[in-house]
Design a protein. Structure first.
Length: 603
C-alpha cells in the first residue's frame, strides 16, 4: 500500500467529502491515493466500483443461482479478455461465474462441472494456443462421461487459414461425444470477434435458464471524478508518429524500421510483453488494382456493414480487407459469379489444388480469374471482410519512454504469381504515414508473455529478426527498475554489418550490466548458415544451468520454422545436459510452460 508522509497528506486537496463513511485519517489517505491517480485511472476505478467488481458492493447471489464455469484457451490474450467480460456479464445476470485457464485444469475436472462456456482461440492453421496444448492433447485422447454437463462454445480464429476455428470445432464435437448437452450452438468468430461473441453470450446465458436477478447494489457516495475516454480497438487513439529510423544498413536485403509513437493524453498503458494494435488503410495502388479488376470506378456508393453508405474507393481503402484470399472469400465469390471453374476448385476433389491456388495470391487474382467481366459494387463488398488491425510486439518500456510506444517492423514486399505484393500494415507505416501524421492505435494486453515477478530471476530471450522487439522492452524495463537478475539474449539475422538490430543499445546494456550475455547468429556471413538454435546448442551446458537456477525462457518471432527449431534445440539441451530421455525432456519443457517459465510470442 502506498504510504504518504504527514506533510504530504496536509498538502493534498480534499477529494472525498467529510460525510463519506471513512475516518478522517483514512479519508486523508484515500485523498492521497486519488490525487496520485491519473484521470484515466480514476475513471477506471469509478467504473470498476460502480459495476460491482468490488465484491462487497454487490448483492451475493442466492443459493439457487447457477454456478457457471468459463473455460478459456488464449494465445495473445483475446480469449482471456472475452472470458473475463463473459464472467462480468454472467455475474450481472445472477450467475456465479468462475473463470478457468486451460493451463490450470485437467480434463477430468470437467466431471465436476454442470454449466460450461468454452472460449478458445485457434493458433496458426489449426493448432491449440500454447498454454492450452497440454489440456487439448489430454482432452482429445481421454474418454470422459459428462451426461450432466451443459455447454456452449465460442471459437476465435482467422478465415485466412484453412482450418478456421478448428479448436472450437474440436472442443464442441468432443464434448458432445462425451455425452454433454449442447445448450446453445457454437459460434465461430473471425478477427472482428466482439459482436459475434456478444450475441453468442446473450444466447448462451439465456439458454442456461433464468438465473435469479441480483439484488440492487448499495448506492455509492458520488464525488467529482474527471471523465476520461477509453481507447480500444473500437475507439483507437490517434497517435502521432514522432520518429522513424531504418535499422538496416546499406547493402541489406531487408527493410526493418523502428517507429516511435506518442501516447500523450491517451490514457493508454502497457507492460513489456504487450502488443500494439495498428489500424491501417489499404494502399491506393492496391485499391486501384482491385477496382480495375472488378470493372468499377470507385465513385459508386455502397453500404458497408457497421459503417453505412460510403463511396466505394474510400470503403475499399479504409474499411475492407481487399488482399487476403481464403476459401470463405472464394465461396462468396462463387455465390455471386456461379463460376463452374471456381466450383470445381472448391470441390472436395480439389483440396490440394485449392491450397496451391491460395498460396501467394490476392483477391484481385481471383476476380480476374473467375469474374473476368467484373463485379457489381454490391457483389464486391459482399465478398470482403472488415479490414483487421495488426498486432505488433511493443519494443519499449513505459518506464524508459513515458507517453511513448516503440515498434520494430519489417516492411513486407515480394513478388508472387507475376504481381508485386506488399504487407498492408507494414507498408502503410513505411510508405503512407509521414512524421507528424496520426496513426490509429490501441494497446493489447498479453498476460502470457510477461517478465518474472521477481527482478532477481534470470531470463533467457531468443528473438531473431523483429522477434527481438519485446526483449528490447524487457531489458529496458529491468534497467529502469535497477533489477539485478541475469539476462541472456540470443539474436540472429542475415548479416552482421547490415542487420544487427539495435546493436549499439545492446552494447550499452552489456556495458551497464543490464544485459548479462549476448549471443548472435548471422546466417549469411559464412558459407554455412548459422541460426540462433545452433548457438543454443553450443552454449548448452550454461543454458541448462540457467534453467536449473530457475531462469524463464522466452521466444519471439517466426512461428513457421524458427519457433519449432528453437523448441527442438531446447529439448536437445535438456536431453544431453540433464541426462534425460526425449520423453523426459519434453515433460521438463511442459513443466516449464505450466510454471509460466517457458513463454512464446510467435506469429
Amino acid at each position: 500500500m502506498t504510504v504518504f508522509s504527514p506533510t504530504l497528506l496536509r498538502n493534498i486537496p480534499e477529494m472525498l467529502p467529510e460525510h463519506s463513511p471513512f475516518s478522517p485519517d483514512l479519508r486523508r489517505a484515500l485523498d492521497g491515493l486519488l490525487a496520485s491517480f491519473t484521470p484515466a485511472q480514476r475513471f477506471w476505478l469509478a467504473g470498476y466500483l460502480s459495476a460491482g467488481d468490488a465484491a462487497p458492493a454487490v448483492a451475493v447471489p442466492t443459493a439457487a443461482a447457477l454456478k457457471l464455469t468459463i473455460l478459456y484457451g488464449s494465445e495473445s490474450g483475446n480469449s482471456e479478455k472475452l472470458a473475463d467480460l463473459s464472467a462480468k456479464e454472467a455475474k450481472k445476470r445472477g450467475f456465479i461465474p468462475t473463470v478457468k485457464n486451460m493451463a490450470d485444469i485437467k480434463p477430468a475436472d470437467l466431471t465436476k462441472i454442470e454449466n460450461l462456456l468454452v472460449i478458445i482461440s485457434t493458433w496458426g492453421d489449426g493448432e491449440p494456443p500454447e498454454t492450452a496444448t497440454s489440456f487439448y492433447k489430454a482432452f482429445m485422447s481421454e474418454t470422459l462421461s459428462l451426461p450432466k454437463l451443459r455447454f456452449s462454445v465460442c471459437s476465435l480464429g482467422d478465415t485466412s487459414y484453412e482450418k478456421f476455428c478448428q479448436m472450437g470445432k474440436d472442443f464442441d464435437a468432443r464434448l458432445e461425444a462425451f455425452g454433454a448437452q449442447r445448450i446453445y450452438a457454437r459460434v465461430d468468430c473471425d478477427l472482428q470477434y466482439e459482436k459475434p461473441h456478444r450475441a453468442w453470450l446473450d444466447g448462451a446465458l439465456a439458454a442456461f435458464g433464468p438465473a435469479p436477478a441480483p439484488a440492487a447494489a448499495p448506492a455509492l457516495t458520488s464525488f467529482a471524478i474527471p471523465v476520461a475516454t477509453e481507447h480500444d480497438k473500437a475507439n483507437p487513439f490517434a497517435a502521432e508518429l514522432k520518429e522513424r529510423v531504418l535499422l538496416n544498413g546499406k547493402g541489406t536485403a531487408k527493410e526493418t524500421w523502428h517507429y516511435e509513437l506518442s501516447l500523450e493524453g491517451s490514457g493508454l498503458t502497457y507492460e513489456p510483453g504487450d502488443s500494439l494494435g495498428v489500424i491501417p488503410v489499404n494502399a491506393p495502388d492496391v485499391v486501384e488494382g482491385l477496382m480495375k479488376a472488378a470493372k468499377l470506378t470507385g465513385s459508386e456508393t455502397v453500404q458497408v456493414p457497421d459503417v453505412g453508405a460510403k463511396a466505394l474507393n474510400y470503403a475499399l481503402q479504409e474499411n475492407l480487407d481487399i488482399t487476403a484470399l481464403s476459401r470463405p472469400v472464394l465461396t462468396k465469390l462463387h455465390e455471386v459469379t456461379k463460376s463452374k471453374k471456381l466450383a470445381t476448385l472448391l470441390g472436395e476433389a480439389s483440396k490440394e489444388k485449392l491450397k496451391d491456388y491460395l498460396h501467394g495470391r490476392w483477391i484481385v487474382d481471383a476476380i480476374e480469374d473467375f469474374a473476368p467481366k467484373g463485379l457489381s459494387p454490391e457483389a464486391l463488398v459482399s465478398i470482403l471482410r472488415p479490414l483487421p488491425p495488426r498486432l505488433y510486439s511493443i519494443a519499449s518500456s513505459p518506464l524508459a519512454h513515458p507517453d511513448e510506444v516503440h515498434l520494430t517492423i519489417a516492411s513486407v514486399r515480394y513478388e508472387s504469381v507475376g504481381r508485386q505484393r506488399k504487407g498492408v500494415t507494414s507498408t502503410y507505416l513505411a510508405d503512407l504515414v509521414k512524421l507528424g501524421d496520426k496513426v490509429p492505435v490501441y494497446t493489447n494486453q498479453n498476460k502470457n508473455f510477461r517478465l518474472p515477478d521477481s527482478g532477481d530471476t534470470p531470463i533467457i530471450m531468443v528473438g531473431p529478426g523483429t522477434g527481438v522487439a519485446p526483449f528490447r522492452a524487457f531489458v529496458e524495463h529491468r534497467a529502469a527498475l535497477e533489477q539485478k537478475g541475469k539476462s541472456w539474449l540470443f539474436f540472429g539475422d542475415q548479416r552482421y554489418t547490415y542487420d544487427f538490430l539495435y546493436q549499439t543499445e545492446w552494447q550499452d546494456h552489456l556495458a551497464s550490466k543490464s544485459l548479462t550475455k549476448l549471443d548472435v547468429a548471422f546466417s549469411r556471413d559464412q558459407p554455412e548458415k548459422i541460426y540462433v538454435q545452433q548457438r543454443m546448442i553450443e552454449r548448452a551446458k550454461e543454458l541448462y544451468a540457467w534453467l536449473e537456477e530457475g531462469a524463464h525462457f522466452y521466444v519471439c518471432g517466426d512461428a513457421t520454422r524458427m519457433a519449432h527449431d528453437v523448441n527442438e534445440a531446447l529439448i536437445s539441451v535438456v536431453e544431453k545436459q540433464g541426462g534425460k530421455s526425449r520423453e523426459a525432456a519434453e515433460s521438463y519443457l511442459e513443466d516449464l510452460k505450466k510454471a509460466r517459465r517457458y513463454q512464446r510470442d510467435v506469429y
